[in-house]
Write a protein that binds this ligand. Structure first.
Ligand SMILES: C[S@@+](CC[C@H](N)C(=O)[O-])C[C@H]1O[C@@H](n2cnc3c(N)ncnc32)[C@H](O)[C@@H]1O
Length: 472
């Protein structure tokens, strides 16, 4: 028997009532079946068109907006309808953080069925635009053009683009002219580079044919207004790369650290590529409260510097160190949390898989004259063993800050074995955090959680949980 096709159907008069895990609005049809609606806002009344049914839930898009939610607001960016960057611009900021707060609680209580002690109010951002310190844009041989524009009959110049891949279209980018996520210097550099590439007839990457010289533009800035730029090219062609880099260096005094990288691979992932230094410093300097950081192109650094400071203050308050503690910092990046806490404990040990980040952690340790920290490169799963714990002493406090996927189950099991009296678990994905904590609850209770908004106008949430070993 062939597969039954999901035929589209119009569902009328759906009242959206909340937000689901990945930021979609949720409503129900007349029979009570759940519908996830892309681009909806809780409070809207709308007719929706179903796209597919997944695990018994309709996925749908708005067809007619009958009644606007009072929480709706006018998006501020010209690229809003196409760019996947800040998809919550049509939801006012107060409602954004209210829903993030609720999604976090739901992940713990309804989905993972974990009891939480105290839920502190979500910490919103004072700065809700231009808050990112890092952006990566893609060059593409084709630009996304709206169907409406094509249908209107106006003459279209089908030029290549530099921006973000359109969701669902792997071979077309939304050409970004103005971006509200990072200081406006990012617009100047990006728009200059696109013009330079047009003028010099440089080819933009074509992901279908896997050809085209220009691939990605990486931009990082600090709060002093210094910029690190790394341009990704498909292959080494000195006669193309060097004049471009020289002209960029001469044009932008803001660029204090200039790099390029050759990426001959089919994909854009960068962890296995080696950036080549072209000019200026090899790092950017940034500080979070009392700690200074040298950040190199491949290091992970919290992307919202202002809110990272607040996040670290919360971690420090949850840690409540007295000076005698042995601290482990798992997924330490360039050692930022470890170094932030080092002055308040006896010793701190950081583990991180990216070798360059660990080199940075050691440089940063020296820069801050910290003598009680040590750092290890490798997968936490392989490094954090009983032998490691014997060598470094059992932790009195364990900090863990894994990527979105959460911790490997073996790492969670190791945490249960280590029995650190306290765990501070930081996560950018409350669902995987709650999943891991559902295993940890065998020995731990959640004393409190503090959601933090690091990414306004997106559905992303950061959450800090304080766990205590139960006395049994
Ligand atoms: C969310 S970041 C946290 C970084 C750091 N704690 C901070 O606040 O800047 C997660 C880090 O985990 C690292 N990572 C990812 N998977 C890992 C693994 N299996 N073992 C060790 N480190 C890993 C990433 O390279 C990244 O630096």
């Amino acid at each position: 028997m062939g597969r039954r096709r999901n035929r589209r159907k119009l569902i009328k008069n759906v009242r959206l009532t909340g937000i689901a895990d990945k930021g979609k609005a949720v409503g129900r049809d007349e029979e009570g079946m759940v519908i996830f609606v892309e681009d909806g806002v809780p409070g809207d009344l709308m007719d929706v068109m179903t796209l597919r049914k997944k695990k018994g839930v309709w996925q749908a898009r708005p067809e007619t907006l009958i009644e606007k939610s009072p929480d709706r607001t006018e998006p501020f960016c010209q690229h809003f309808s196409n760019c996947g960057g800040c998809k919550w611009q049509h939801l006012n900021y107060e409602s954004q953080i209210k829903h993030k707060h609720q999604v976090t609680i739901d992940a713990f209580q309804r989905i993972a069925k974990v009891d939480i002690g105290e839920v502190l109010p979500i910490l919103g951002c004072e700065i809700t635009k231009f808050y990112r310190n890092k952006m990566v844009f893609s060059f593409c041989s084709k630009q996304w053009i709206d169907q409406e524009v094509i249908d209107s009959g106006v003459e279209i110049d089908f030029k290549p683009g530099l921006g973000f891949y359109r969701a669902g279209a792997f071979d077309k980018v939304v050409d970004i002219q103005e971006c509200f996520l990072q200081d406006s210097v990012n617009d100047k550099i990006r728009n200059w580079l696109r013009d330079y590439a047009y003028k010099n007839e440089l080819t933009f990457h074509d992901p279908r044919k896997h050809e085209g010289m220009m691939r990605n533009l990486f931009l990082r800035c600090n709060r002093k207004g210094e910029w690190m730029v790394n341009i990704y090219f498909h292959k080494m062609e000195e006669e193309v790369i060097f004049p471009l880099m020289k002209e960029m260096q001469a044009t932008f005094l803001e660029i204090t650290s200039l790099w390029y990288t050759i990426n001959p691979k089919m994909n854009d992932s960068t962890h296995d590529l080696e950036p080549i230094h072209f000019g200026g410093e090899k790092f950017l300097l940034e500080s979070l409260d009392h700690v200074q950081f040298k950040i190199s192109p491949k290091s992970f650094f919290q992307t919202n510097t202002y809110q990272a400071e607040k996040l670290y203050q919360i971690i420090s308050a949850f840690a409540n160190l007295e000076g005698h503690e042995n601290v482990y910092d798992l997924y330490t990046g360039l050692g930022s949390i470890a170094l932030y806490l080092a002055n308040n404990c006896k010793q701190v040990v950081g583990i991180e898989e990216i070798e360059e980040a660990i080199q940075d952690a050691k440089v940063n340790q020296e820069l801050n004259k910290i003598t009680n920290a040590s750092f290890y490169a490798g997968d936490v799963k392989d490094i954090l063993t009983p032998t490691f714990a014997e060598r470094h002493g059992k932790p009195d406090l364990l900090i863990t800050d894994p990527p979105r996927a959460g911790m490997h189950e073996e790492v969670v099991r190791m945490l249960l074995e280590l029995e650190s009296p306290k765990i501070v678990y930081i996560s950018c994905n409350p669902s995987t955090q709650a999943r891991d904590i559902a295993i940890l609850k065998e020995k731990y209770e959640v004393l409190k959680i503090q959601p933090v908004d690091m990414f306004p106008h997106t559905h992303h949430i950061e959450n800090v949980a304080l766990l205590a070993l139960r006395n049994e």
